[in-house]
Design a protein around this ligand. Structure first.
Ligand code: ATP
Length: 717
């Protein structure tokens, strides 16, 4: 076939699939309208049914069964509507570009190759004719593995040997074919090069159509219990783990909910930066938080030092000592040694420590401590319920009703329809009293009646500080975990950590122990360590090693973010050839070193630079810390068009130009980066080198390195 005929054939195929998609879209929208109408009718009939029931035998057994049936019908209707919504989204995505690749695959028993088109989602018609295969389906692995000829893929029924005869990348928009390339070797990837030359965007984009072989292996790994990825800046670690989450949700679709995946990100800004990737792949975002937030939720609302204080803390401690001390302490802890606290509300005794001790000591000796405490907790909730019932009989509560506003009064009575007026009032009073004692219920539920602060002091010999360091919060949460064994974390099946090098050993130890049954994906870059107490990759591996854990470590050594010249510069900072870094020689501007003699000249240079930004580009000046960012912004005359981001509470990334500290730019990227004053005096320690490397590697297309007097030796060498 000539190239022209081939083009026509692809264009015809695309038009055909596009029309099928439009047809399906019409059908789904019709079905969706019908389903909405069914729901409306159902709800209308339901309220009539309920009224009829109310008039006859209100609480009869039959009516209960009817309610049960109605609930089931409603659940089915809702399920259908949800499914149709999902279909609408899939079709919308596919109409933007139905697929991006095509594979010609010959099975051994057949004479001709079959053709498979791969897209961001799968698509088949009502006759089960499959037009597009999901990028996560087994066959699509052939596209990413990229080995033409005799090969195989893993299907549900086992390995399938095939001959991959052609691998085609297609560029298209809607029903228009723009280009296609047949790649014959793994090195060629015209589509990748095209994508990499684009400008930066405010939010991270998905990389589905250009995932590289080494990234694919990480995305599809289902064998490792702990997967550790050490990758240089811009090697696609974040992109890869997000694609991996989408893959896992697809692969385990019947058993895995997005809430069972916990993604710990370095800062809140980063969470915003990545929030669109999974929705763009038709998946929901997982549970996403920073480690600091996780500690806040686990450690009884404890006050924890903020990021800036953590950055300033340069002491390097053996951070596991206290964790071990806590383990030993808890292993010897007996119920007789537990300190209880009286439960009082406004000086009124509700449950005394003495009662708690008696209750728990009356239990058989051999029951484990955490079970005894859970039992006690249950008894306390029962005691509270009894207390509230007695309390509600006191006349003072009825008098309280008179103080209610009309609105509050109507609100409280709205849901109580049955019974005499007196019975109704009784119910409302009970509600009011329950509400009053809600803090107590919460207090009991949170085990706040255990004096854990004293136990922490006994275990470690240290008082709790206010605010706590992040490590102390970790130790305190670990102590709570060991004593109480909260089972909430058991629901988490996958824990994914970005920037693993910035966690201390205690923090990693905590995660490894507390989420003991979960699968871990840990990604990071040792060269981007910004905390004095971070952990090396060797130690990460040791910490997660365990008898039932298969630990796999992989490296990513190519930067997809930065142009060739910037990647060469990064490689230079990492020690040249010995770093193992591979450069994709994508053309670009050389990093620009500029010497300035005085502070005044330096400021003028920056001001000038800021006015010369290429149309459509985003630019950042990166400083060593927040204080420096604030000062520099002032010195520059607080330019209106430039946004100062000095703490993580100010997260607006919608501007084009920024001044910010490196630690807040972690994970992000910009078309143009200026590293603030890379002089010899300012960049000389290993920590400075890490900052310089992290800052420079935020750049996609342009890197400026101005300095006053002499340049840092890291650059000059
Ligand atoms: N296979 C790929 N195809 C296209 N673009 C890619 C690919 N891999 C990575 N990229 C792009 O490279 C850039 C860097 O990716 P990402 O942020 O995931 O890297 P990272 O390793 O997490 O970087 P850092 O450590 O600096 O935070 C992003 O713009 C991403 O879209």
């Amino acid at each position: 076939m000539s190239e022209k005929q081939e083009w026509q054939m692809e264009q015809d195929h695309l038009s055909m699939v596009y029309d099928k998609l439009l047809e399906m879209e019409r059908r789904v929208y019709n079905d969706s309208e019908e389903a909405d109408e069914d729901s409306r009718l159902f709800l209308r009939n339901l309220s009539e049914d309920v009224r009829m029931n109310g008039a006859s035998a209100a609480d009869s057994f039959e009516s209960l069964i009817q309610v049960e049936q109605k609930n089931q019908e409603l659940a089915q209707l809702n399920y259908k509507r949800e499914w149709l919504e999902k279909q609408k989204n899939v079709i919308k995505q596919l109409l933007d570009g139905p697929y991006f690749a095509k594979l010609d695959v010959k099975y051994p028993e057949e004479t001709e190759a079959d053709q498979f088109y791969i897209g961001v989602a799968g698509f088949s018609d009502e006759n089960h004719e499959q037009y597009v295969y999901d990028w996560r389906s087994p066959i699509a692995n052939l596209y990413y593995e990229n080995s033409l000829g005799e090969t195989s893929y893993d299907a549900p029924m086992g390995k399938v040997a095939v001959d991959l005869q052609k691998r085609r990348q297609l560029k298209l928009t809607k029903n228009k074919l723009l280009d296609f390339f047949d790649t014959s070797t793994a090195i060629e990837d015209p589509m990748l090069l095209e994508v990499l030359n684009e400008e930066s965007s405010v939010k991270l984009q998905d990389i589905t159509s250009t995932i590289q072989k080494e990234q694919n292996a990480i995305i599809r790994d289902t064998k490792s219990d702990v997967l550790i990825v050490e990758g240089i800046a811009g090697s696609g670690k974040t992109s890869t783990v997000l694609q991996r989450i989408a893959f896992l949700l697809y692969r385990y679709k019947d058993d895995l909910q997005p809430e069972q995946v916990l993604l710990l990100s370095p800062n809140p800004m980063f969470s915003r930066y990545i929030e669109e990737v999974l929705p763009s792949l038709g998946e929901k975002n997982p549970r996403q938080m920073t480690y600091r937030d996780l500690m806040r939720t686990r450690g009884r609302d404890t006050k924890i030092e903020e990021l800036d204080a953590q950055l300033e803390n340069v002491s390097v401690l053996n951070s596991l000592d206290n964790m071990f001390a806590i383990e030993e302490y808890v292993s010897e802890l007996d119920v007789h040694l537990i300190d209880f606290k009286d439960i009082k509300l406004e000086a009124e005794m509700i449950i005394s420590a003495k009662w708690m001790r008696q209750t728990v000591e009356s239990l058989p000796q051999d029951i484990e401590l955490y079970r005894k405490l859970a039992f006690l907790q249950e008894k306390m909730q029962e005691a509270l319920a009894k207390f509230i019932k007695t309390e509600a009989k006191k006349p003072k509560w009825r008098n309280e009703l008179e103080n209610l506003s009309n609105e509050e009064y109507n609100h409280l009575f709205a849901k109580i329809k049955k019974g005499t007026e007196d019975e109704q009032i009784e119910k409302v009073v009970l509600k009011v009293v329950q509400h009053h004692y809600n803090p107590v219920r919460q207090y009991i539920a949170n085990y706040s009646w255990l004096d854990m602060e004293s136990h922490y002091l006994l275990a470690t010999g240290l008082p709790l500080q206010t605010p706590m360091t992040l490590d102390q919060a970790t130790e305190f949460a670990y102590l709570n975990h060991l004593v109480i064994r909260n089972h909430a974390q058991q629901k988490t099946k996958f824990v994914i950590l970005d920037e693993v090098q910035d966690y201390t050993e205690a923090q990693l130890y905590f995660l490894a122990k507390v989420y003991g049954d979960a699968n871990f994906t840990l990604v990071g870059d040792g060269y981007q360590a910004i905390f004095a107490q971070g952990t090396t990759f060797t130690r990460v591996e040791e910490l997660f090693q365990g008898p039932n854990r298969q630990v796999t470590s992989v490296k990513l050594l190519k930067s997809y973010r930065s142009s060739g010249p910037i990647s060469h510069f990064m490689k230079h900072l990492l020690g040249g050839d010995q770093s193992g870094v591979e450069v994709i020689d994508r053309p670009g501007k050389d990093p620009e070193l500029t010497a300035l003699a005085t502070q005044e000249e330096y400021v003028s240079y920056l001001q000038e630079r800021l006015t010369q930004l290429q149309e459509g580009y985003r630019q950042v000046i990166l400083t060593k810390d927040s204080q420096e960012a604030r000062e520099l912004y002032k010195v520059l005359g607080e330019p209106q068009q430039v946004s100062l981001i000095a703490d993580s509470s100010k997260l607006d990334l919608s501007h084009q130009q920024f001044v910010m500290p490196v630690h807040l730019a972690k994970g992000l990227e910009f078309d143009s980066v200026i590293v603030h004053n890379v002089s010899q005096k300012r960049f000389k320690t290993q920590h400075d080198l890490n900052l310089l490397y992290t800052a420079s590697s935020r750049a996609m297309h342009e890197l400026y390195l101005p300095y006053i007097e002499n340049v840092s030796e890291f650059i000059e060498k």
